[in-house]
Design a protein around this ligand. Structure first.
Ligand code: AKG
Ligand code: FE2
Length: 199
């Protein structure tokens, strides 16, 4: 359905739709989400010690989409009109259906996300995840789990990245810290949480 080349050389699918939203529209969305989403600071237990997650997060979706992150089950907040509109546009372009979105706010280059795969069981076997970038540009880095192979993508405001196929089994991804970035970035990752009966 996505008429773009698969950027992933093996073991998965990555599609990059640069300028999915044009700069003025991306900036308008950034301002709206920055002001109106319910940004929270989360903490995780690392060796029994509570550590702040280096970014702000929040979770929106259909009522049944309970999602576990930072070790805690999160109930979704109801869709805002703007989030629902973005979801509809991404569904139309990608051909995938989503029922929730995890929003991340990186306040500046000191905020980050470590290497991980989005492989929680509530996402199903080969999840499609659509990630919209707003605000400042950041490096998104993929690393193959077995081979010494990295794939770097600089995500700019308005870009849409879709991860699909077997990618989450074979690759990790991260948003590394950087001294160069002084401004905030918002990332919305649209996901489909399977109903409990389907797990
Ligand atoms: O901020 C990004 O581009 C990545 C976010 C991500 O990997 C996630 O939310 O699982
Ligand atoms: Fe992720």
């Amino acid at each position: 359905m996505i008429d773009r080349p698969n950027l992933c050389p093996f073991d998965g699918e990555i599609y990059w739709i640069k300028g999915f939203y044009c700069p003025p529209e991306a900036d308008r969305l950034f301002d709206d989400f920055y002001r109106t989403l319910d940004w929270q600071e989360e903490a995780v237990l690392i060796f029994g010690k509570a550590c702040k997650v280096p970014r702000l997060m929040c979770w929106y979706g259909d009522p049944e989409t309970i999602y576990r992150y930072s070790g805690v089950a999160h109930r979704p907040l109801p869709w805002t009109g703007e989030l629902a509109a973005v979801k509809a546009r991404i569904e139309l372009c990608s051909g995938y259906a989503f029922n929730s979105v995890l929003a991340n706010l990186y306040r500046d280059g000191r905020d980050s996300m470590g290497y991980h795969a989005d492989n929680e069981k509530e996402l199903g076997i080969n999840p499609a995840i659509a990630s919209l970038s707003l605000g400042d540009s950041r490096l998104f880095r993929l690393r193959h789990k077995k081979r010494r192979e990295n794939l770097d993508i600089v995500l700019e405001r308005g870009d849409l990245l879709v991860m699909a196929g077997t990618l989450q089994h074979h690759w990790l991804h991260a948003l590394p810290k950087t001294r160069q970035v002084k401004h905030p970035r918002i990332n919305l990752t649209f996901r489909r949480i399977l109903p409990t009966s389907g797990r």
